[in-house]
Design a protein around this ligand. Sequence first.
Ligand code: ARG
Length: 458
Amino acid sequence: MTKKLWGGRFQKSAEEWVDEFGASISFDQELVFEDIEGSIAHVTMLGETGILTKEEMDQIKTGLEVLKKKAEAGEIEYSTSLEDIHLNLEKALIDSIGPVGGKLHTGRSRNDQVATDMHLYLKKQVKEIIGLISQFQSVLVEKADKHKETIAPGYTHLQRAQPISFGHHLMTYFWMLQRDKERYQEGLKRIDVSPLGAGALAGTTFPIDRKRSAELLGFSAVYQNSIDAVSDRDFILEFLSASSILMMHMSRFAEEIILWSSQEFRFVEMDDTFSTGSSIMPQKKNPDMAELIRGKTGRVYGNLFSLLTILKGIPLAYNKDMQEDKEGMFDTVHTVLGSLKIFAGMVDTMTVNEDRMKDAVNNDFSNATELADYLAAKGIPFREAHEITGKLVFTCIQKNCFLLDLSMEELKEASNVIEEDIYGVLSPYEAVKRRKSLGGTGFDQVEKQIQAAKELLK
Ligand code: ARG
Protein backbone atom coordinates (compact mmCIF):
# COMPACT_ATOMS: atom_id res chain seq x y z
CA MET A 1 0.00 0.00 0.00
CA THR A 2 1.32 3.45 -0.96
CA LYS A 3 1.84 5.77 2.00
CA LYS A 4 -0.71 8.56 1.94
CA LEU A 5 0.62 12.08 1.36
CA TRP A 6 -1.61 13.18 4.23
CA GLY A 7 -0.78 10.15 6.40
CA GLY A 8 0.82 11.98 9.36
CA ARG A 9 -2.24 12.11 11.56
CA PHE A 10 -3.32 8.55 10.87
CA GLN A 11 -2.57 5.37 12.79
CA LYS A 12 -4.34 2.97 10.48
CA SER A 13 -4.82 2.94 6.75
CA ALA A 14 -8.02 2.26 4.93
CA GLU A 15 -8.57 -1.03 3.22
CA GLU A 16 -8.22 -1.14 -0.50
CA TRP A 17 -11.93 -1.33 -1.25
CA VAL A 18 -12.56 1.73 0.90
CA ASP A 19 -9.81 3.60 -0.94
CA GLU A 20 -11.35 2.55 -4.18
CA PHE A 21 -14.72 3.99 -3.22
CA GLY A 22 -13.17 7.33 -2.32
CA ALA A 23 -10.83 7.59 -5.25
CA SER A 24 -11.42 9.68 -8.36
CA ILE A 25 -8.25 8.82 -10.25
CA SER A 26 -10.09 6.48 -12.62
CA PHE A 27 -11.82 9.50 -14.13
CA ASP A 28 -10.04 12.67 -13.02
CA GLN A 29 -6.88 11.61 -14.87
CA GLU A 30 -8.59 13.42 -17.72
CA LEU A 31 -7.39 16.57 -15.95
CA VAL A 32 -3.73 15.58 -16.07
CA PHE A 33 -2.56 18.38 -18.36
CA GLU A 34 -4.61 21.04 -16.62
CA ASP A 35 -3.26 19.89 -13.27
CA ILE A 36 0.33 20.14 -14.47
CA GLU A 37 -0.35 23.50 -16.11
CA GLY A 38 -1.89 24.80 -12.89
CA SER A 39 1.08 23.57 -10.88
CA ILE A 40 3.58 25.20 -13.21
CA ALA A 41 1.81 28.53 -12.85
CA HIS A 42 1.56 28.13 -9.10
CA VAL A 43 5.22 27.30 -8.61
CA THR A 44 6.29 30.09 -10.95
CA MET A 45 4.35 32.51 -8.80
CA LEU A 46 5.87 30.98 -5.65
CA GLY A 47 9.32 31.57 -7.10
CA GLU A 48 8.59 35.09 -8.30
CA THR A 49 7.22 36.16 -4.94
CA GLY A 50 10.21 34.68 -3.11
CA ILE A 51 8.11 32.13 -1.25
CA LEU A 52 10.35 29.52 -2.84
CA THR A 53 13.89 30.15 -3.99
CA LYS A 54 14.55 30.47 -7.66
CA GLU A 55 16.45 27.19 -7.53
CA GLU A 56 13.53 25.36 -5.91
CA MET A 57 11.18 26.83 -8.44
CA ASP A 58 13.38 25.72 -11.33
CA GLN A 59 13.77 22.22 -9.96
CA ILE A 60 10.04 21.79 -9.50
CA LYS A 61 9.24 23.29 -12.88
CA THR A 62 11.68 20.98 -14.60
CA GLY A 63 10.15 18.05 -12.75
CA LEU A 64 6.68 19.11 -13.87
CA GLU A 65 7.83 19.43 -17.48
CA VAL A 66 9.18 15.90 -17.30
CA LEU A 67 5.85 14.71 -15.89
CA LYS A 68 4.08 16.42 -18.76
CA LYS A 69 6.22 14.58 -21.30
CA LYS A 70 5.51 11.33 -19.49
CA ALA A 71 1.79 12.08 -19.49
CA GLU A 72 1.87 12.82 -23.21
CA ALA A 73 3.55 9.48 -23.77
CA GLY A 74 0.97 7.81 -21.53
CA GLU A 75 3.72 6.67 -19.20
CA ILE A 76 2.36 7.77 -15.85
CA GLU A 77 1.15 4.95 -13.69
CA TYR A 78 -1.79 5.95 -11.57
CA SER A 79 -2.56 4.41 -8.25
CA THR A 80 -5.96 4.22 -6.62
CA SER A 81 -4.51 4.49 -3.15
CA LEU A 82 -3.23 7.93 -4.16
CA GLU A 83 -6.85 8.90 -4.57
CA ASP A 84 -6.86 11.49 -7.29
CA ILE A 85 -4.91 13.15 -10.06
CA HIS A 86 -3.51 15.80 -7.72
CA LEU A 87 -1.96 13.39 -5.22
CA ASN A 88 -0.82 11.02 -7.95
CA LEU A 89 1.07 13.78 -9.72
CA GLU A 90 2.50 15.21 -6.53
CA LYS A 91 3.82 11.79 -5.56
CA ALA A 92 5.24 11.24 -9.03
CA LEU A 93 6.97 14.61 -8.78
CA ILE A 94 8.49 13.85 -5.39
CA ASP A 95 9.59 10.43 -6.61
CA SER A 96 11.31 12.05 -9.53
CA ILE A 97 12.96 15.16 -8.02
CA GLY A 98 13.07 14.32 -4.33
CA PRO A 99 11.70 16.09 -1.22
CA VAL A 100 11.85 19.54 -2.81
CA GLY A 101 8.82 18.40 -4.84
CA GLY A 102 6.91 18.57 -1.57
CA LYS A 103 7.25 22.36 -1.66
CA LEU A 104 4.95 22.65 -4.66
CA HIS A 105 1.86 22.49 -2.48
CA THR A 106 2.91 25.55 -0.45
CA GLY A 107 0.03 28.02 -0.15
CA ARG A 108 -2.29 25.76 -2.08
CA SER A 109 -4.93 23.15 -1.33
CA ARG A 110 -6.44 20.46 -3.46
CA ASN A 111 -9.64 22.44 -3.18
CA ASP A 112 -8.44 25.42 -5.17
CA GLN A 113 -6.31 23.10 -7.26
CA VAL A 114 -9.19 20.96 -8.47
CA ALA A 115 -11.39 24.00 -9.11
CA THR A 116 -8.57 25.53 -11.16
CA ASP A 117 -8.19 22.35 -13.19
CA MET A 118 -11.89 22.27 -13.97
CA HIS A 119 -11.96 25.91 -15.02
CA LEU A 120 -8.96 25.36 -17.30
CA TYR A 121 -10.44 22.18 -18.73
CA LEU A 122 -13.84 23.62 -19.44
CA LYS A 123 -12.44 26.78 -20.95
CA LYS A 124 -10.55 24.74 -23.50
CA GLN A 125 -13.41 22.35 -24.24
CA VAL A 126 -16.05 25.05 -24.56
CA LYS A 127 -13.91 26.81 -27.16
CA GLU A 128 -13.67 23.52 -29.01
CA ILE A 129 -17.45 23.11 -28.84
CA ILE A 130 -18.02 26.65 -30.11
CA GLY A 131 -15.75 25.88 -33.07
CA LEU A 132 -17.69 22.73 -33.89
CA ILE A 133 -21.01 24.55 -33.68
CA SER A 134 -19.70 27.02 -36.26
CA GLN A 135 -18.67 24.17 -38.54
CA PHE A 136 -22.08 22.58 -38.24
CA GLN A 137 -23.67 25.95 -38.97
CA SER A 138 -21.58 26.32 -42.14
CA VAL A 139 -22.82 22.94 -43.34
CA LEU A 140 -26.39 24.03 -42.69
CA VAL A 141 -25.98 27.33 -44.51
CA GLU A 142 -24.51 25.57 -47.50
CA LYS A 143 -27.34 23.03 -47.64
CA ALA A 144 -29.94 25.73 -47.11
CA ASP A 145 -28.43 27.80 -49.89
CA LYS A 146 -28.73 24.84 -52.23
CA HIS A 147 -32.34 24.25 -51.24
CA LYS A 148 -33.64 27.79 -51.04
CA GLU A 149 -36.17 27.05 -53.76
CA THR A 150 -36.86 23.45 -52.86
CA ILE A 151 -40.49 23.37 -51.83
CA ALA A 152 -41.33 21.19 -48.86
CA PRO A 153 -44.37 20.73 -46.70
CA GLY A 154 -44.25 22.72 -43.50
CA TYR A 155 -45.96 21.10 -40.51
CA THR A 156 -47.75 21.98 -37.34
CA HIS A 157 -49.05 19.12 -35.16
CA LEU A 158 -47.17 16.96 -37.69
CA GLN A 159 -50.02 17.74 -40.10
CA ARG A 160 -49.26 19.43 -43.39
CA ALA A 161 -49.70 23.12 -42.72
CA GLN A 162 -48.23 25.39 -45.39
CA PRO A 163 -45.61 24.89 -48.05
CA ILE A 164 -42.19 26.25 -47.17
CA SER A 165 -38.73 26.53 -48.59
CA PHE A 166 -36.70 23.55 -47.40
CA GLY A 167 -33.77 25.93 -47.04
CA HIS A 168 -35.89 27.97 -44.65
CA HIS A 169 -36.55 24.89 -42.58
CA LEU A 170 -32.84 24.07 -42.41
CA MET A 171 -31.96 27.63 -41.46
CA THR A 172 -34.16 27.29 -38.40
CA TYR A 173 -31.50 25.05 -36.92
CA PHE A 174 -28.81 27.55 -37.84
CA TRP A 175 -30.43 30.14 -35.61
CA MET A 176 -30.98 27.71 -32.78
CA LEU A 177 -27.32 26.78 -32.94
CA GLN A 178 -26.41 30.45 -33.03
CA ARG A 179 -28.14 30.98 -29.69
CA ASP A 180 -26.50 27.85 -28.33
CA LYS A 181 -23.15 29.26 -29.31
CA GLU A 182 -23.97 32.55 -27.63
CA ARG A 183 -24.95 30.71 -24.46
CA TYR A 184 -21.56 29.00 -24.38
CA GLN A 185 -19.79 32.27 -25.11
CA GLU A 186 -21.69 33.96 -22.32
CA GLY A 187 -20.79 31.12 -19.95
CA LEU A 188 -17.14 31.42 -20.88
CA LYS A 189 -17.00 34.72 -19.02
CA ARG A 190 -17.62 32.88 -15.79
CA ILE A 191 -15.43 29.92 -16.65
CA ASP A 192 -12.57 32.28 -17.36
CA VAL A 193 -12.00 33.10 -13.66
CA SER A 194 -9.20 31.76 -11.49
CA PRO A 195 -9.89 30.10 -8.13
CA LEU A 196 -6.17 29.42 -7.61
CA GLY A 197 -4.84 30.78 -4.35
CA ALA A 198 -8.12 30.42 -2.50
CA GLY A 199 -6.48 27.63 -0.56
CA ALA A 200 -8.69 25.16 1.25
CA LEU A 201 -11.27 27.91 1.78
CA ALA A 202 -9.72 30.82 3.66
CA GLY A 203 -6.81 31.97 1.55
CA THR A 204 -3.26 31.63 2.86
CA THR A 205 -0.71 33.31 5.12
CA PHE A 206 1.92 33.12 2.38
CA PRO A 207 2.34 36.32 0.38
CA ILE A 208 1.02 34.75 -2.83
CA ASP A 209 0.10 36.71 -5.92
CA ARG A 210 -3.19 35.35 -7.20
CA LYS A 211 -3.37 37.79 -10.06
CA ARG A 212 0.00 36.62 -11.31
CA SER A 213 -0.89 32.93 -11.31
CA ALA A 214 -4.19 33.77 -12.99
CA GLU A 215 -2.32 35.73 -15.61
CA LEU A 216 0.11 32.86 -16.17
CA LEU A 217 -2.85 30.56 -16.76
CA GLY A 218 -4.53 32.98 -19.14
CA PHE A 219 -7.51 33.67 -16.89
CA SER A 220 -9.18 37.05 -17.30
CA ALA A 221 -10.15 37.46 -13.65
CA VAL A 222 -9.82 35.95 -10.17
CA TYR A 223 -12.56 34.95 -7.76
CA GLN A 224 -13.01 37.75 -5.23
CA ASN A 225 -13.98 35.45 -2.36
CA SER A 226 -11.89 32.44 -1.40
CA ILE A 227 -14.86 30.47 -0.07
CA ASP A 228 -16.85 31.13 -3.23
CA ALA A 229 -13.87 30.07 -5.34
CA VAL A 230 -13.79 26.56 -3.89
CA SER A 231 -17.48 26.04 -3.09
CA ASP A 232 -19.36 26.66 -6.26
CA ARG A 233 -19.66 24.76 -9.48
CA ASP A 234 -22.20 27.02 -11.12
CA PHE A 235 -19.84 27.51 -14.05
CA ILE A 236 -20.23 23.79 -14.74
CA LEU A 237 -23.99 23.99 -14.26
CA GLU A 238 -24.19 26.71 -16.87
CA PHE A 239 -22.15 24.56 -19.20
CA LEU A 240 -24.43 21.57 -18.58
CA SER A 241 -27.49 23.67 -19.07
CA ALA A 242 -26.24 25.22 -22.33
CA SER A 243 -25.33 21.67 -23.41
CA SER A 244 -28.77 20.35 -22.51
CA ILE A 245 -30.40 23.02 -24.67
CA LEU A 246 -28.01 22.35 -27.53
CA MET A 247 -28.69 18.60 -27.29
CA MET A 248 -32.43 19.29 -27.19
CA HIS A 249 -32.09 21.21 -30.45
CA MET A 250 -30.03 18.46 -32.03
CA SER A 251 -32.44 15.85 -30.76
CA ARG A 252 -35.37 17.56 -32.48
CA PHE A 253 -33.42 17.76 -35.69
CA ALA A 254 -32.43 14.11 -35.27
CA GLU A 255 -36.08 13.20 -34.84
CA GLU A 256 -36.93 14.98 -38.10
CA ILE A 257 -34.13 13.24 -39.93
CA ILE A 258 -35.36 9.90 -38.64
CA LEU A 259 -38.89 10.66 -39.79
CA TRP A 260 -37.76 12.02 -43.14
CA SER A 261 -35.69 8.91 -43.83
CA SER A 262 -38.62 6.60 -43.23
CA GLN A 263 -40.40 5.00 -46.19
CA GLU A 264 -43.47 7.00 -45.25
CA PHE A 265 -41.65 10.28 -45.88
CA ARG A 266 -38.59 9.52 -47.99
CA PHE A 267 -37.69 13.22 -47.99
CA VAL A 268 -34.02 12.54 -47.36
CA GLU A 269 -31.65 9.66 -47.58
CA MET A 270 -28.77 9.38 -45.16
CA ASP A 271 -25.43 8.56 -46.64
CA ASP A 272 -24.30 4.96 -46.20
CA THR A 273 -21.41 6.18 -44.08
CA PHE A 274 -23.83 7.46 -41.44
CA SER A 275 -26.25 4.54 -41.51
CA THR A 276 -26.23 0.95 -40.42
CA GLY A 277 -27.92 -2.19 -41.64
CA SER A 278 -29.80 -4.91 -39.85
CA SER A 279 -28.34 -8.26 -38.91
CA ILE A 280 -31.54 -9.98 -40.01
CA MET A 281 -33.47 -7.72 -42.41
CA PRO A 282 -31.40 -7.24 -45.56
CA GLN A 283 -33.39 -4.27 -46.84
CA LYS A 284 -32.82 -2.07 -43.78
CA LYS A 285 -30.88 1.14 -43.66
CA ASN A 286 -31.18 2.62 -40.22
CA PRO A 287 -30.48 6.23 -39.22
CA ASP A 288 -28.58 5.01 -36.14
CA MET A 289 -26.45 8.09 -35.71
CA ALA A 290 -29.45 10.40 -35.53
CA GLU A 291 -31.15 8.03 -33.10
CA LEU A 292 -28.05 7.94 -30.92
CA ILE A 293 -27.87 11.71 -30.74
CA ARG A 294 -31.53 11.78 -29.76
CA GLY A 295 -30.80 9.13 -27.15
CA LYS A 296 -27.65 10.72 -25.80
CA THR A 297 -29.58 13.89 -25.09
CA GLY A 298 -30.96 12.00 -22.12
CA ARG A 299 -27.62 11.52 -20.47
CA VAL A 300 -26.74 15.19 -20.83
CA TYR A 301 -30.00 16.18 -19.12
CA GLY A 302 -29.14 13.58 -16.49
CA ASN A 303 -25.74 15.15 -15.91
CA LEU A 304 -27.33 18.56 -15.41
CA PHE A 305 -29.81 17.18 -12.91
CA SER A 306 -27.20 15.15 -11.16
CA LEU A 307 -24.99 18.17 -10.47
CA LEU A 308 -27.89 20.40 -9.48
CA THR A 309 -28.86 17.75 -6.97
CA ILE A 310 -25.32 17.18 -5.71
CA LEU A 311 -24.91 20.87 -4.96
CA LYS A 312 -28.31 21.71 -3.54
CA GLY A 313 -27.74 20.55 0.00
CA ILE A 314 -24.06 20.96 0.74
CA PRO A 315 -22.86 23.59 3.17
CA LEU A 316 -19.90 25.81 2.35
CA ALA A 317 -17.13 25.25 1.53
CA TYR A 318 -15.68 22.13 -0.14
CA ASN A 319 -17.35 18.79 0.52
CA LYS A 320 -16.32 15.49 -0.93
CA ASP A 321 -19.72 15.31 -2.64
CA MET A 322 -18.20 17.71 -5.11
CA GLN A 323 -15.91 15.04 -6.47
CA GLU A 324 -19.08 13.80 -8.17
CA ASP A 325 -19.07 16.88 -10.39
CA LYS A 326 -16.53 15.44 -12.80
CA GLU A 327 -17.87 12.43 -14.64
CA GLY A 328 -20.99 14.25 -15.78
CA MET A 329 -18.91 17.15 -17.03
CA PHE A 330 -16.48 14.91 -18.93
CA ASP A 331 -19.31 12.82 -20.29
CA THR A 332 -21.14 15.91 -21.47
CA VAL A 333 -18.05 17.30 -23.17
CA HIS A 334 -17.51 14.04 -25.04
CA THR A 335 -21.17 13.64 -25.91
CA VAL A 336 -21.54 17.18 -27.22
CA LEU A 337 -18.30 17.12 -29.21
CA GLY A 338 -19.18 13.75 -30.73
CA SER A 339 -22.76 14.68 -31.54
CA LEU A 340 -21.78 17.94 -33.23
CA LYS A 341 -19.19 16.24 -35.39
CA ILE A 342 -21.52 13.43 -36.40
CA PHE A 343 -24.44 15.75 -37.07
CA ALA A 344 -22.45 18.04 -39.34
CA GLY A 345 -21.24 15.06 -41.35
CA MET A 346 -24.70 13.59 -41.49
CA VAL A 347 -26.31 16.75 -42.87
CA ASP A 348 -23.43 17.41 -45.22
CA THR A 349 -23.76 14.02 -46.88
CA MET A 350 -27.51 13.51 -46.84
CA THR A 351 -29.40 13.42 -50.13
CA VAL A 352 -32.48 15.59 -50.33
CA ASN A 353 -35.28 14.05 -52.34
CA GLU A 354 -36.73 17.17 -53.93
CA ASP A 355 -39.24 15.26 -56.04
CA ARG A 356 -40.73 13.52 -53.04
CA MET A 357 -41.22 16.82 -51.27
CA LYS A 358 -42.71 18.44 -54.34
CA ASP A 359 -45.00 15.50 -54.74
CA ALA A 360 -46.10 15.87 -51.16
CA VAL A 361 -47.05 19.54 -51.44
CA ASN A 362 -48.80 19.00 -54.76
CA ASN A 363 -51.00 16.38 -53.20
CA ASP A 364 -52.28 18.01 -50.08
CA PHE A 365 -54.29 20.95 -48.82
CA SER A 366 -51.38 22.99 -47.54
CA ASN A 367 -52.32 25.68 -50.07
CA ALA A 368 -55.69 26.22 -48.37
CA THR A 369 -54.40 29.29 -46.53
CA GLU A 370 -53.54 30.77 -49.94
CA LEU A 371 -57.16 30.53 -50.98
CA ALA A 372 -58.41 32.03 -47.73
CA ASP A 373 -55.86 34.87 -47.99
CA TYR A 374 -56.86 35.42 -51.63
CA LEU A 375 -60.49 35.83 -50.65
CA ALA A 376 -59.57 38.08 -47.74
CA ALA A 377 -57.45 40.26 -50.02
CA LYS A 378 -60.57 40.70 -52.17
CA GLY A 379 -62.41 42.18 -49.21
CA ILE A 380 -64.10 39.12 -47.72
CA PRO A 381 -63.64 39.07 -43.93
CA PHE A 382 -61.01 36.46 -43.11
CA ARG A 383 -63.38 34.39 -40.95
CA GLU A 384 -65.76 34.07 -43.86
CA ALA A 385 -62.91 33.35 -46.27
CA HIS A 386 -61.79 30.58 -43.89
CA GLU A 387 -65.28 29.08 -43.91
CA ILE A 388 -65.59 29.19 -47.71
CA THR A 389 -62.18 27.55 -48.11
CA GLY A 390 -62.98 24.92 -45.51
CA LYS A 391 -66.09 23.98 -47.43
CA LEU A 392 -64.12 23.71 -50.66
CA VAL A 393 -61.61 21.45 -48.93
CA PHE A 394 -64.50 19.30 -47.77
CA THR A 395 -65.86 19.14 -51.33
CA CYS A 396 -62.43 18.04 -52.53
CA ILE A 397 -62.20 15.33 -49.90
CA GLN A 398 -65.56 13.99 -51.05
CA LYS A 399 -64.51 14.10 -54.67
CA ASN A 400 -61.11 12.70 -53.86
CA CYS A 401 -59.19 15.61 -55.41
CA PHE A 402 -57.23 18.73 -54.40
CA LEU A 403 -57.97 22.46 -54.62
CA LEU A 404 -56.06 22.88 -57.87
CA ASP A 405 -58.28 20.21 -59.47
CA LEU A 406 -61.47 22.21 -58.98
CA SER A 407 -62.99 23.83 -62.06
CA MET A 408 -63.63 27.56 -62.37
CA GLU A 409 -67.38 26.90 -62.07
CA GLU A 410 -66.96 24.99 -58.83
CA LEU A 411 -64.76 27.73 -57.40
CA LYS A 412 -67.08 30.52 -58.53
CA GLU A 413 -69.96 28.70 -56.99
CA ALA A 414 -68.19 28.92 -53.62
CA SER A 415 -67.35 32.60 -54.12
CA ASN A 416 -67.80 34.76 -57.17
CA VAL A 417 -64.75 36.90 -56.38
CA ILE A 418 -62.53 34.02 -57.46
CA GLU A 419 -60.88 34.64 -60.82
CA GLU A 420 -58.66 32.68 -63.17
CA ASP A 421 -55.51 33.94 -61.36
CA ILE A 422 -56.37 31.66 -58.43
CA TYR A 423 -54.59 28.74 -60.10
CA GLY A 424 -51.29 30.65 -59.93
CA VAL A 425 -51.93 31.65 -56.35
CA LEU A 426 -52.58 28.08 -55.32
CA SER A 427 -49.32 26.74 -56.70
CA PRO A 428 -47.08 25.79 -53.77
CA TYR A 429 -44.09 27.45 -55.38
CA GLU A 430 -45.97 30.74 -55.63
CA ALA A 431 -47.30 30.32 -52.12
CA VAL A 432 -43.76 30.15 -50.80
CA LYS A 433 -42.43 32.90 -53.01
CA ARG A 434 -45.13 35.34 -51.96
CA ARG A 435 -44.37 35.05 -48.23
CA LYS A 436 -42.16 38.10 -48.28
CA SER A 437 -42.77 39.25 -44.73
CA LEU A 438 -39.61 39.72 -42.69
CA GLY A 439 -38.23 36.34 -41.67
CA GLY A 440 -40.84 34.55 -43.77
CA THR A 441 -40.23 31.61 -46.08
CA GLY A 442 -40.24 33.69 -49.32
CA PHE A 443 -37.11 33.02 -51.34
CA ASP A 444 -35.69 36.50 -50.99
CA GLN A 445 -36.22 36.42 -47.23
CA VAL A 446 -34.41 33.09 -47.06
CA GLU A 447 -31.63 34.58 -49.12
CA LYS A 448 -31.39 37.48 -46.65
CA GLN A 449 -31.11 35.05 -43.76
CA ILE A 450 -28.40 33.15 -45.52
CA GLN A 451 -26.44 36.34 -46.13
CA ALA A 452 -26.83 37.36 -42.48
CA ALA A 453 -25.73 33.88 -41.40
CA LYS A 454 -22.65 33.98 -43.60
CA GLU A 455 -21.82 37.34 -42.09
CA LEU A 456 -22.05 35.86 -38.58
CA LEU A 457 -19.82 32.96 -39.52
CA LYS A 458 -17.04 35.19 -40.83
N1 ARG B 1 -10.51 14.58 -5.81
C1 ARG B 1 -11.06 15.69 -5.15
C2 ARG B 1 -12.24 16.22 -5.95
O1 ARG B 1 -12.30 15.96 -7.07
C3 ARG B 1 -10.06 16.79 -5.03
C4 ARG B 1 -10.32 17.72 -3.90
C5 ARG B 1 -10.10 17.01 -2.65
N2 ARG B 1 -10.17 17.88 -1.52
C6 ARG B 1 -10.31 17.39 -0.27
N3 ARG B 1 -10.36 18.28 0.65
N4 ARG B 1 -10.45 16.14 -0.04
O2 ARG B 1 -13.12 16.87 -5.43
